[in-house]
Design a protein around this ligand. Structure first.
Ligand code: SF4
Ligand code: SF4
Length: 193
């Protein structure tokens, strides 16, 4: 029968906190939970864990909990939190690093975060393939993967009738530059985007 090892648990928590700090380049310890990041976050109402609490979980090294919360996927990377932090903590960057870590650990985005993750992938694939977003293709890929087959179908039909939606993708001229940006980003992240 395995017993709980407090020393080992604390060591792992400390390692996780140090890794988040290193990858994000942010002084996590300086967060004193004033809550200004959360007060300014435009999407905190949709989150399961408020941004300041995400910071607290990262500080405490609660890897399993923080990498499984919806909030890191709901975050829109608007950087309002970063601009408001009196300690200069780039909260948006921490959120981004947590998303990357969750991806590398193979932890699927939970709840509403799952749709965000699927949309992110569909969007990035479209930009990589065409150099710009192909709306119809992106929505089709998103709807199929998220199993919401008819989502926004009516809106799409209205846009098509008004000539706002192309049925074929339009590629940019110098797509090689886009390819090199994606290649560099994938290399930096050590895997898929
Ligand atoms: S604004 Fe900065 S110091 Fe305040 S809770 Fe958020 S991260 Fe922490
Ligand atoms: S970057 Fe994310 S956490 Fe920060 S204010 Fe914007 S949506 Fe909220």
């Amino acid at each position: 029968m395995s017993s709980y090892n407090l020393t080992e648990s604390l060591r792992q928590n400390g390692e996780f906190k140090a890794l988040v700090g290193k990858l994000s380049g942010q002084p996590l310890s300086q967060c004193y939970q004033c809550g200004k990041c959360t007060a300014g976050c435009p999407v905190s109402f949709a989150m399961d864990v408020a941004p300041n609490k995400v910071l607290r979980m990262a500080q405490a090294g609660l890897k399993n909990e923080v990498l499984r919360c919806q909030s890191i996927w709901i975050c829109a990377s608007c950087s309002t939190c970063t601009a408001r932090c009196p300690e200069g903590v780039d909260v948006a960057r921490v959120m981004e690093v947590l998303r990357i870590m969750a991806g590398k650990e193979g932890i699927p985005a939970p709840g509403r975060g799952k749709d965000v993750s699927i949309f992110n992938s569909a969007f990035l694939r479209s930009v990589r393939r065409n150099g710009r977003m192909f709306e119809a293709g992106t929505m089709a890929a998103f709807n199929i993967k998220s199993l919401h087959l008819l989502r926004e179908a009516t809106t799409g039909m209205h846009m098509f009738i008004k000539g706002k939606l192309r049925l074929l993708p339009e590629r940019i001229k110098n797509k090689k530059e886009i390819d090199s940006i994606f290649t560099a980003a994938v290399k930096e992240r050590g895997g898929e985007l």
